[in-house]
Design a protein. Structure first.
Length: 276
């Protein structure tokens, strides 16, 4: 049975599973290296010890109670969720419209404009953080929810543009052209014809925008604080000042939230079937 599987073709090019065995082994090794640190955090969050301990000698939900009972952690959690939601609401439509404009544009500098829009993804996050910090000091929006949302929107826009742009490349624009030829204005043709066809890519990019804000730490260290600290900022400070196992419980919750949203994004991505 196993020998037959090794000899069976893995692709249409007749490459067998046996010939691709090395690729499977490398993939498993990489997956283990990526997943293991996250899996270790989960049992650590159920330790009753005063310090991070693996494996736990005594199992307890002590640090989850400490997290949910702390007004400081609850404030940071509230800030992170609100900032992530607002980032998703702002970055998704702006990114979709930008991707649509780049896709339909016939000007010579479209590629340069695309590179400019994804620049925040290419440069180190600390450069974005420093620039945002000094700009916010001048604008007097440092440590405000508005500042956090604007900065995270800048970081999320490249993802939205890339995901939506890829969907538009596989979409047959003649459907929209047909609607416009029948008298529909461009905005109506886009909303009623094009957008429904790429809706799964739009939803996926929105979820990724949410995660970009929710998991971001470098920029948040510079621009969040005061009455609007993010969860990741407080976690970094707690880890620096004292190794509090509460961090492990928060990390576990963040892993669950991130995993759930990534699964949803993957589901929507697989359901996408462009019409041609």
């Amino acid at each position: 049975m196993m020998l037959g599987w090794f000899r069976a073709p893995a692709t249409e090019t007749q490459i067998t599973h046996g010939q691709r065995l090395w690729l499977y082994v490398i993939s498993v090794i990489i997956m283990v290296l990526l997943v293991t640190p996250s899996l270790i955090v989960i049992p650590m969050s159920f330790s009753d010890s005063q310090y991070l301990e693996f494996p736990p000698e005594v199992w307890s939900t002590r640090w989850y109670k400490n997290y949910f009972g702390s007004s400081e952690w609850m404030l940071a959690t509230r800030t992170s969720f609100i900032a992530a939601f607002c980032t998703m609401i702002l970055a998704t439509p702006v990114g979709v419209l930008a991707a649509y404009g780049l896709h339909c544009s016939k000007i010579r500098f479209v590629r340069a404009a695309f590179v400019l829009m994804i620049t925040p993804m290419m440069v180190p996050s600390v450069l974005v953080a420093i620039g945002a910090f000094y700009a916010y000091v001048k604008l007097k929006i440092l440590y405000t929810m508005t500042g956090v949302v604007l900065a995270h929107t800048v970081l999320a826009l490249p993802l939205v543009v890339i995901v939506t742009g890829s969907a538009l490349k596989s979409y047959d624009m003649t459907q929209e052209d047909a609607a416009r030829s029948l008298g529909a204005p461009r905005w109506k043709a886009f909303l009623t014809v094009t957008l429904p066809q790429i809706r799964f890519a739009v939803v996926t990019s929105g979820l990724l925008a949410f995660l970009t804000s929710f998991d971001e730490v470098v920029v948040a260290m510079f621009i969040s604080g005061g009455e609007n600290p993010t969860l990741t900022r407080n976690m970094f400070n707690a880890l620096r000042d004292q190794i509090d196992p509460t961090i492990a419980s928060i990390s576990t919750i963040m892993i669950l939230v991130t995993t759930l949203l990534m699964v949803l994004a993957q589901v929507f991505g697989q359901q996408k079937k462009p019409l041609k």
